[in-house]
Design a binder for this molecule. Structure first.
Ligand code: ZN
Ligand code: ZN
Length: 387
């Protein structure tokens, strides 16, 4: 089935502005959202299609690539994984609300839902969002290939269990700040102007704690080690960053938790070099195997071994391609290829007998090396011209 044009899907002109594109997507996403069409497969498909179209067209760079190359610009690995796969190498979220669409939902739907209700809430309590945490995780290439479950330990600020995050000692309550009368802001005449700033006494919360909780010293938070089990998906690369929503530091005054960002670093591998989905390796081949031909066994990233045929007369730099023996692709079932490059090794420690045999071989084969014969011809020409 041919893929429909992204602009047609959203019902906008090719010249549409970002605002027009967003507006069109918003209307369609509301119409086809799975929550509004339970069990309706067609609506679900439509929803995925328009979301995919929007994902591309909202991004200046991706839109330019699409305008130029069409769907081919994003076809890498899009097959088996269906939507959500595809766009190799961009950051993705997991543990989020709707699988692959996490970030888009935050963009768009927080705006829908946010509206009046959201703002009202923000004004009632000066809840502050907790800080985000960064965690750097180093994994091997084998682990990146297969994916892994890993327990990590993070030092984070969690809500104080003694006071439930209020920061006040049991039996007491926070009191309205005298300085700002609970508004959290103070105003001051500065020449002709009135300057407004957060209240220095209550730090903008509008409340002061006269009897702070002993455990958290009134902050409502305590530092704690937290153990989390995380799932690193197969095919992850060093450019990828994972977000675990709400796993950052606790918020203050009822504010939401921050997020935990996991920065993945894939360690260099002693044998394989990664190039997106493909792997490359150099395999040494003895001089005799290269000349006579043979087979060698090669270890693969998936733990299996592959027999590779070395054809007679193999030169250094010649390559064979083992299909589907490369890396797994993020959010997709496809697998890249392995490119094996031969490196012919010249023996260094020869026995007297080997030397003798090679001398005999040399006497036998004076004109048997096409490359060097050609080279010496050229050299002679050069010397003649120079002469
Ligand atoms: Zn105050
Ligand atoms: Zn406390």
């Amino acid at each position: 089935m041919a893929k429909q044009d992204y602009y047609e899907l959203l019902g906008v002109e090719k010249t549409a502005t970002d605002v027009e594109i967003k507006k069109a997507y918003r209307a369609l996403a509301m119409k086809y959202h799975p929550d509004r069409n339970p069990g309706d497969k067609e609506a679900e498909l439509k929803f995925k299609e328009v979301t995919e179209a929007y994902e591309i067209l909202k991004d200046g760079q991706k839109r330019a690539a699409y305008d130029r190359y069409g769907h081919a610009a994003f076809s890498q690995g899009a097959g088996a994984g269906g939507f959500g796969g595809g766009f190799g190498g961009f950051n993705f979220d997991f543990g989020g609300n709707a699988g692959g669409f996490g970030s888009i939902f935050e963009d768009i739907f927080s705006e829908f839902m946010g509206g009046a209700a959201g703002r009202g809430r923000a004004q009632q309590s000066a809840g502050r969002r907790g800080a985000d945490i960064r965690y750097d995780l180093e994994i091997t290439l084998e682990e990146a290939f297969a994916g892994l479950k890993k327990e990590i330990e993070i030092q984070t600020a969690v809500q104080c269990d003694e006071c439930g995050g209020s920061g006040t000692e049991k039996g007491s309550k926070a009191e309205t700040c005298d300085m700002c009368h609970g508004t959290g802001r103070v105003r001051r005449q500065a020449g002709f102007f009135i300057e407004e700033r957060p209240c220095p006494t209550c730090h903008g919360t509008g409340q002061v704690i006269k009897n702070p909780c002993k455990k958290c010293k009134g902050t409502g938070k305590v530092s704690q080690k937290k153990t989390l089990e995380i799932n690193i998906p197969a095919g992850i690369d060093s450019d990828n960053r994972m977000r675990l929503s709400g796993q950052g530091e606790a918020g203050a005054n009822g504010g939401p938790n921050g997020d935990l960002y996991i920065f993945v670093h894939v360690k260099p591998h002693p044998i394989f070099k990664r190039d997106g989905a493909d792997l490359h390796c150099d395999i040494p081949v003895s001089m005799t195997t290269a000349a006579l031909g043979g087979t060698i066994e090669i270890p693969c990233i998936d733990g299996t071994k592959e027999k590779v045929t070395v054809s007679a007369g193999t030169q250094t730099g010649e390559e064979v391609r083992l299909r589907k023996k490369g890396m797994s692709v993020l959010q997709s079932k496809s697998v890249g290829d392995l490119f094996v490059r031969f490196k012919v090794e010249t023996p260094t420690k020869l026995t007297a007998k080997q030397k003798e045999l090679l001398k005999q071989f040399d006497a036998e084969s004076a004109d048997n090396s096409p490359e060097s014969a050609g080279f010496f011809e050229k050299l002679k020409d050069m010397l003649k011209k120079a002469g």
